[in-house]
Structures are given as structure tokens and as C-alpha cells.
Ligand binder design. Structure first.
Ligand SMILES: Cc1cc2nc3c(=O)[nH]c(=O)nc-3n(C[C@H](O)[C@H](O)[C@H](O)COP(=O)(O)OP(=O)(O)OC[C@H]3O[C@@H](n4cnc5c(N)ncnc54)[C@H](O)[C@@H]3O)c2cc1C
Length: 387
């Protein structure tokens, strides 16, 4: 089966070898059990470290910050392979959040000191990062955030409440978006790098989620949290630029593992449709079933180039606002649809926890919400068309 699908991956020889190496790595190092049903909160720090040791984070880093100088597409190849061979999508989601909304903005906007202090530990897996943007009154509308950053000489005092922060329970450092003055709207947004343990920062309510249950999430409260001006990421009032920069990366590339999941589901459905017999024949002999699987495969093939396109454009240093929105929208909606189709093809057994199909669906459903909902991605596409 793998051999037949491999040509469809459309990878050159070196990329195919990297893909296979990452699949072997995931099968050997990330094969931990996931209790059926979810809600287990089993984030495994050792698995995170193994991914870092495999070189996952350094694949994203430029040479001057410890990267190996490989093309960015290599990271997509590896993420796709991990999605294919590792069932722990919560872990992969957490790794991606760390990568795109903390490490990349640090590389782009961090001061020399911030980069010297943090790039190494964030890349070698000893330090985990979280991004705290969302607030109860500021979800899609990030400019409505109310966490205040009051300047006092050489420090800022941060006060506010953040919610739905991926990695918060395990994070060592937080990228926090605040405003120096809510009346300034977008012009007031400012980003900060705040270490866990800074007085006034507390990780509060943890969240039980529908899926991605091994990706820990919590709220973060800032109560007169004093940070030096050197903790500011980028310039005062330029937080929106940093946020949008990290969203371009995240939206464009966070769903690379989903490509691997979709391919795994195509394979599982083909196998099931060939072997499950009803009415005296394999269910795959019914066009209603075989066409569903054909559509899964077509969707996958339509999605892959969108993600690789973002990697190529980013590699060339080009903006990808539109391309990232297109990739995020198309891959997330295809991912959900593919999981739904797989569930239907497996019938009642797909609905049962032990096969893991229902887990794939629960994990996939979040993808049309995080990093900007599907509606927000469509808004970006429409705006780029002049609407
Ligand atoms: C698994 C997961 C992980 C997350 N991780 C993080 C994290 O690490 N850090 C963080 O800060 N946040 C995180 N979030 C929060 C996420 O960024 C927000 O949920 C998202 O931005 C949407 O905001 P909201 O949920 O408040 O929805 P709302 O903004 O309230 O939107 C509700 C509905 O209205 C629609 N809507 C809103 N405005 C418009 C509009 N202008 N046009 C059309 N439709 C509109 C939306 O599309 C949606 O359907 C995470 C969320 C999830 C699900």
C-alpha cells in the first residue's frame, strides 16, 4: 500500500528519503499509547524532546540561529511524515504552536539578547513556548484585546486575562500581546516575551477540549506583572505586525501534519473497503463507497501543493497572507471532511473509540477554529480580491 501511494507524494529522492526517515523516527519514538476516548491530558515531555533531538525545530531556523540551512520544504516533509506515522496529533499541534507563534516571531523580531537567550533552548527542546493572544472579548478581533501594558520608565506593568492558551500548563516562556492604550486600536498592540515564574503571571484554569487532548491548554492571568523594556518583542505599537507575521507562518504550515493524517485515512479506508464484506461483496464494490475514497484522495492531492507553496514562498522571503489563508481554509475543511468520510466508511466500528477514527475527527474539528476561523480565512481571501 505504501509503495503504491508513494509516487503520489511527488517528492524528489532526497525529500522521499527524509520523509521515510521521519516515518521511521515516529514509529520508533512516538508510538506511545493514546487511551481510547481522549480527555487524558497525557502530554509527554520526553516525546517533545525526542522531536527536538530529531531536529524538528532547527529545520525552521536560519543558519545564523542554529539552523542547518535546509529548505523550509524539508520541515513540511517531516511534519507530513509525522502526521502520517504518529497518532498523537495533540503533540504535533503543540509543537506547531511553539514553532510558528513563538520561535518564528522571536527569530524575526527578537533583539540579539532575546535570540541569544532563547533560540537555543526553544530549538533543542529544553524550553517550551506558548502564545497568549486571545481574550474573552477578543477572539477573531485581535485588536479588541484589553490586556494593558503600562510603561513606567524602563519597565512595563502587564494586566489582563488571556484564554485558550495552547501549551500554557507546560510553557517556560510566553509571547503575550497587550495594548499600551486600547484607544489606539491596532496601533497600540505590543508583544512581550515573559518567562514563567515572573511575579504577577499565573497559569490558571486548564481546559478540557473535544480533541487534541494531549495538547495542554489553560488561561493566563497577568496581575501587575512587571517586565523590563528588554522583554518587549519588537517595537512598541508594532504588535499587530508581529501577530500577522506569525499567523502567516502558522496558517500556512500548521496543517502539514494533517496531510499525513489524510493519507493514512485514505489507506485505512481502502483496506477496509476491500476487506469488509456486505451483501456478498467488499463494500468498496459499491460506487457510493469507492467514490467517497476517491474524493478523499483527490482532496489530499489538491491540498498538498497549497502547503508546499507557502513553504516555497516563505523560503523566498515573500509575504503569504493570501496563500496562507487559502492553505489553512482548504486543508482544514478537507481534513474534517476526510475524517467524516472515514467514519462513515467504517460504520459503527468507526464510531467506537478503539479504532481511533473518531479521535481523528475530534482532533480535526479544531482546525477550522484555531489560527483564525474558516470565516476569517474567507474574509482574507475576499479582501485580497478587492471585496
Ligand atoms: C485548539 C485551539 C487552540 C488555540 N490555541 C490558542 C493559543 O495558543 N493562543 C491563543 O491566543 N488563542 C488560541 N486559540 C483561540 C483561537 O485563536 C480563537 O478561538 C479564534 O481566534 C476564534 O476566536 P473565538 O473562538 O473567540 O471566536 P469568535 O471570534 O467569537 O467567533 C465566533 C464565530 O463568529 C465568526 N466570526 C467572527 N468574526 C467574524 C467576521 N468578521 N466575519 C465572519 N465571521 C466572523 C467566527 O468565524 C466564528 O464562527 C485556540 C483555539 C483552539 C480551538
Amino acid at each position: 500500500m505504501e509503495a503504491r501511494l508513494r509516487p503520489a507524494l511527488d517528492l524528489d529522492e532526497a525529500s522521499a528519503a527524509l520523509h521515510d526517515e521521519a516515518v521511521r523516527f515516529a514509529r520508533a519514538a512516538l508510538a506511545h499509547d493514546l487511551p481510547p476516548g481522549g480527555h487524558e491530558h497525557d502530554f509527554i515531555r520526553a516525546a517533545w524532546k525526542k522531536c527536538a533531538d530529531f531536529g524538528l525545530f532547527t529545520l525552521a531556523l536560519p543558519k545564523e540561529h542554529g539552523g542547518g540551512g535546509a529548505p523550509l520544504a524539508n520541515l513540511v516533509v517531516v511534519m507530513e511524515a509525522l502526521g502520517y506515522a504518529c497518532r498523537d496529533q495533540g503533540l504535533l499541534f503543540s509543537l506547531n504552536a511553539h514553532l510558528w507563534t513563538a520561535l518564528m516571531p522571536l527569530v524575526q523580531f527578537g533583539s540579539d539578547t532575546q535570540k541569544r537567550d532563547l533560540c537555543g533552548p526553544l530549538a533543542d527542546g529544553t524550553c517550551i513556548a506558548a502564545n497568549a493572544t486571545t481574550e474573552s472579548g477578543a477572539g477573531s478581533d485581535v485588536c479588541a484585546l484589553r490586556t494593558l501594558a503600562r510603561r513606567h520608565g524602563e519597565s512595563y506593568v502587564l494586566s489582563g486575562e488571556k484564554c485558550f492558551v495552547t501549551n500554557a500548563p507546560i510553557a517556560d516562556v510566553f509571547v503575550i500581546y497587550a495594548t499600551i492604550d486600547p484607544a489606539l486600536g491596532a496601533m497600540g498592540l505590543t508583544a512581550f516575551l515573559v518567562r514563567r515564574g515572573t511575579p504577577g503571571l499565573s497559569v490558571t484554569r486548564t481546559h478540557e477540549k473535544m480533541g487534541l487532548s494531549t495538547s495542554p491548554m489553560a488561561d493566563v492571568v497577568l496581575e501587575d506583572c512587571v517586565v523590563p523594556t528588554s522583554a518587549r518583542l519588537g517595537r512598541e505599537g508594532r504588535g499587530l505586525e508581529i501577530f500577522e507575521h506569525s499567523m502567516e507562518w502558522e496558517r500556512g504550515l500548521i496543517l502539514a501534519p494533517a496531510l499525513g493524517v489524510m493519507r493514512r485515512l485514505v489507506e485505512r479506508c481502502v483496506e477496509h473497503a476491500r476487506t469488509r464484506r456486505q451483501f456478498g461483496q467488499p463494500i468498496g464494490k459499491n460506487q457510493a463507497v469507492s467514490h467517497k475514497i476517491a474524493d478523499m484522495k483527490i482532496r489530499l492531492d489538491a491540498c498538498r501543493p497549497l502547503v508546499y507553496r507557502v513553504a516555497r514562498l516563505k523560503e523566498e522571503g515573500r509575504p503569504t497572507l493570501l496563500e496562507s489563508a487559502v492553505a489553512k481554509l482548504q486543508v482544514s475543511e478537507s481534513y474534517v471532511r476526510t475524517c467524516m468520510d472515514a467514519l462513515q466508511i467504517f460504520g459503527a466500528s468507526g464510531y467506537m473509540a478503539d479504532l481511533g477514527i473518531e479521535r481523528e475527527l475530534r482532533d480535526a474539528l479544531a482546525s477550522t477554529l484555531y489560527s483564525g476561523t474558516s470565516e476569517i480565512q474567507r474574509n482574507i481571501v475576499a479582501k485580497s480580491l478587492g471585496l
